[in-house]
Every structure is written in C-alpha cells, then in structure tokens.
Design a protein around this ligand. Sequence first.
Ligand code: HAM
Length: 393
Amino acid sequence: MKDLLDEDSLKYKYFIENCEKIAKNYGYSYIETPSLEETALFKRSVGESSDIVNKEMYQFLDKGGNDVCLRPEGTAGIVRAFVQNKFDKAGVAKRYFYHGPMFRYERPQKGRLRCFHQFGVESFGQKNVTEDATVIAMLAQIFAYFGIDTTLKLNSLGCSECMPKYKEGLLEYLQELSHALCEDCNNRIATNPIRVLDCKNQSCQNLLKDAPKITQNLCAECDEDFKRLQKLLDVANISYEIDTNLVRGLDYYNKSAFEFVSDKIGAQSSIAGGGRYDKLVEYLDGKATYGVGFAIGVERLLDLIETPKSTREGYMLVSSSKEGIQKLFVKAQALRLESQAILEYSPKNLKNALKLADKNSALYLLYIGDDELAQDKIWMKNLSTKDESLIDF
Ligand code: HAM
C-alpha cells in the first residue's frame, strides 16, 4: 500500500479531474459506493473460481458477525446499488463513473499494489454494441489526452448459448494435454477452463497454440456483434489486436472483453480492462439488464502522466513584526473567501518575504514592514509583472 502525496497526489487529482470531464462528455454522472461490501457480493459476481475471490480478498467478520470485505473492484458494488435503487425494475438506462481505492491481497511486485485506485465507468441498459465501441473510444480518448501509448486487445467471450459449447470443446482439448500443463492450469481445468488460456507460463502457451478459438465458435448474434464492434473501431480510427486468449480475471463478462496494455510500465502490463456483463444484474437478483464498462488502474499510469507546469496563484502574506502578522491574519481570512492566501507566522525582512512568495508560487506578495504598519498600509508586489504599489489596509 502506498501513500499518494506531493507530486503523485497532484498527478492523481489531475488525472481524475480530466477523466471526469471526458466521462461527462459521454453523458456519465458520478456514483460513490462504500469501500466495504458483503463478501457474498463478490463471490456471486467476480466469481468463486477467480484469483480475486479465491486468494486476494481482504475478508473478515465484523462485530455483528457479518462476512464482509474491502472491495477488490468497483463494478459489483455499482450493480448492487443499481438493483437496490430499483433501476432494473424501472428499466431505466444509467451511465455512471466512479473512482476510489480497491483492495487486493496480491503478491507485491512492480505495478501491483494491495490498495490501488481505479477510475471506471458502468453503463446499464444498452444492448447495442455501439455502446461497447463508445466506452472503448472513451478510454482511447483518455489515454490520448495524457499522451499515453497503448495497445488495445480485444476478444469476444460469447454468450450463454455459444460459450458453454466452446468450453466443452476446449475442455476436451485441455484434458488431453493436462499432464504437460502447469499446476495452476490443472486447477483451472477443474474450475474454469477458459482461464487456462490466460496462463502466463510460456510452456503452457506453446501447448495452447492449436487450442480451439472462441472467435471461431461464436453464435450468429455474438459473431455479428463482434464484427460490428471491429467495424465501429475501424471507422473511429482506433487500432486493436484480436487476442483470443484474453479471458479477463473476473467471471462476469460475456461478448466484448478488452484490455489496454502498455510496454512503458513493464512487459505488456494491463492499464485498463473491461467488457460487457449482460448477466450480472440478474446474478445479483435484479431484473435482466445489459451492462458494459471499464476500469483504469491509476497508479500504473502515474509515472507516465505529466502535469502542466504550475502557474503562480494567490497571495503570500508576510510582515516584519508580530503586530503586522496579526493584521495580516485578518486580511488572509478575508482573501480566502475568494482565493488562496498563505500567511507566514514569523517576522521576516522584505528579502526573505520575496523568497517565500516565490517558493510558494504566489502571484502577489502582501508585506507589512515598520513603515507600512505606522501608516496602516500594505506593500503589494505582483511577482509576474513585477508591479509594486502601496495600498490601504
Ligand atoms: P481489472 O482488470 O481487474 O478489472 O482491473 C482494472 C485495472 O486495475 C487493471 O487493468 C490494472 O490497471 C488495475 N489493477 C488491478 N489490480 C491491480 C493491483 N493489484 N495494483 C495496481 N493496479 C491494479 C476490473 O476491476 C473491472 N471491474 C473492470 C470493469 C468495469 N469491467 C466492467 N466494468
């Protein structure tokens, strides 16, 4: 876990504020859900066979004996809120963006934190694959805005009609090979065979080269949607690679699944991921509602973000005497109704006052020396234009 402060917190704020602006341009509004949820929510959504639920949850019993955990991701809580507010029954379309800390008890390594932050969006009630293309376009716009080079990987995970048939064929293929696959793969063959495709082990990947591909086993509707998605990305000039091994680490996806990866922060690290989840509202006891969204891992990007050079703003208030400081204390309070004002509490001569104003990037220095105190005046200097004047207190 890592603190965000100084340069990093400035970058974090800058990143989130601009993501918010972009998401609002796409018709999204802000949602905030608790960081703590019932454990069952994630078991039923992210899935019991996923690493996140299996190994990585910060799970405990609260004082009332409720089984709760710190949220490992944002989607499940937002779906819960959508259902609890009965938007599913009302059949309304909703588009939300969110940001905040997520918690996963992962093995700490470069790019992996146990408390990290995501910016994400979730769109409910849109069947049309144009919505998938639109959330991908939003992500592409965000990365372009910050000048971050990415590769988009795209796959379709089919639906409840074609995926089970594909899984059967894949399972047959994998069982033949199970003696040569790693222990993790063998566990996955038993729990969720498509996650074998995702194995990071090169020798397993070599064995999987001839495995059946989901994109060649889609039903007519999923196939049409996947082709349409590619067409929409083509016309929007968003380049992508089809990756039939992209299965995502969370179980709730169907149809479109995508990840943005970058080489700039370690080998092919995922900086954002998402996809469609048309069954999730139903899994969480709601009325069937289409859903699609993404989340960006903010910490992974911080090194790649440059904030604009800070410009001078507000006032630095300094005096050569205790009496002057007391007067400036009153002045600072009045200024703070409108702008930034920083008051120095120990007496300083003018030379040091100017240095302080510069160090704090103030636009104005307000100074009360002995003469100004006697005359009930303030000496003011604009540090940009260098204009100086004597003003009434
Ligand atoms: P995810 O792929 O698990 O998806 O996470 C999204 C992003 O969070 C990753 O691409 C990565 O940048 C970042 N991330 C994940 N784990 C860590 C970690 N331990 N340390 C630092 N960064 C990390 C989801 O969470 C889905 N809820 C996305 C989604 C929204 N799908 C539909 N709607």
